[in-house]
Design a protein around this ligand. Structure first.
Ligand code: 13P
Ligand code: SF4
Length: 302
């Protein structure tokens, strides 16, 4: 295809790499240098020697790549790819919570804005949240914005978890209901249930495995089962089918689509590379502070 050739030529000419999250369209996963979860993509962004990073993912992921690489050009193919969960934590609310709990440490999900990360002791992703919380030097943790990831962590720690805000969530995972799962289990009684920790608690409670998106892929690879019910954004199933053609994957809910992840297309990737738009950059004052809790997470999850 001409457009794929054009992207390959532009990548070479500009010394660029393409990082893609597990939820983006299949055709983008196919041309990406790395396809992964938030932690893997942050690691790849911190390790690359490319001059340009084209980030096929949502705003906070591209922002994290830029914070880790302030001298590189980080481009996002569609500037509208904004994660609604990351918008749910207001910096003012976090500052108020810190005042109310001065001895607490702050662990923020990577799904937050850079301005909020500045106030965190450590960042976490769905792949390391319990480990990061347990590594903090306090018995009380302010954790946000995802209430469901917070509930998952609560079951894996003795520490007191205080959610900030009181009820942040992912609208896409919120659509995966217990009744969807019961229906799916009836249709595929032999399938193992593998879900993301952004799912509501009652869905998590019925799962055989709860993991990050790449953790879900790994679990299915190592499992002896050959059928799986997948409780997360449906784009992950493209990767699963591609890497495990002999196994069967069914979404718990077909409507679990993240519209923001689907905004990126081959045409937009080609244009972003050709015109070097849309660059993601945070002000230097914020970058210098936000990098600290991100680096701490990368150090703690080696
Ligand atoms: P992962 O880090 O598990 O890929 O999750 C990112 C995300 O936004 C899930 O909705
Ligand atoms: Fe944000 Fe949910 Fe989309 Fe993940 S799936 S990027 S948390 S809206």
């Amino acid at each position: 295809m001409q457009i794929i050739e054009s992207i390959a030529n532009l990548k070479e000419e500009k010394n660029a790499i393409i990082l893609a999250h597990n939820y983006v369209r299949g055709e983008l996963q196919d041309i990406a240098d790395v396809v992964g979860d938030s932690l893997e993509l942050a690691r790849s962004a911190s390790a690359t020697d490319a001059s340009v990073i084209v980030f096929c993912g949502v705003d906070f992921m591209a922002e994290t790549a830029s914070i880790l690489n302030p001298d590189k050009k980080v481009l996002i193919p569609d500037i509208g790819s904004i994660c609604p969960m990351a918008q749910m934590l207001m910096v003012e609310d976090l500052i108020e919570a810190k005042k109310a709990h001065p001895d607490a440490k702050v662990v923020l999900y990577v799904n937050t804005l850079a301005e909020a990360k500045v106030h965190a002791d450590c960042i976490c992703t769905s792949a390391n949240a319990d480990r990061i919380v347990n590594a903090m030097e306090s018995d009380t943790i302010l954790f946000g914005p995802d209430i469901n990831l917070g509930n998952y962590v609560r079951k894996h720690t003795d520490k007191k978890i205080i959610p900030v805000p009181a009820y942040g969530l992912c609208p896409t995972h919120h659509q995966i209901t217990l009744s969807d799962l019961i229906k799916a289990k009836k249709a595929h009684p032999g399938a193992e249930v593998v879900v993301h920790p952004e799912c509501v608690e009652e869905v998590q409670d019925m799962a055989d495995q709860i993991a990050s998106t790449s953790g879900m892929v790994k679990y299915c690879k190592h499992s002896d089962a050959d059928e799986f019910l997948i409780g997360t954004e449906v784009g992950l199933i493209y990767r699963m089918k591609k890497e495990m053609p002999d196994k069967k994957f069914y979404p718990v809910s077909e409507s679990a689509v993240c519209p923001q992840m689907k905004m990126h297309t081959l045409e937009k990737v080609e244009r972003a590379l050709r015109e070097e738009i849309f660059e993601v950059k945070v002000p230097e004052m914020i970058q210098k502070e936000a990098i600290k809790p991100i680096m701490r997470m990368l150090d703690l999850s080696k």
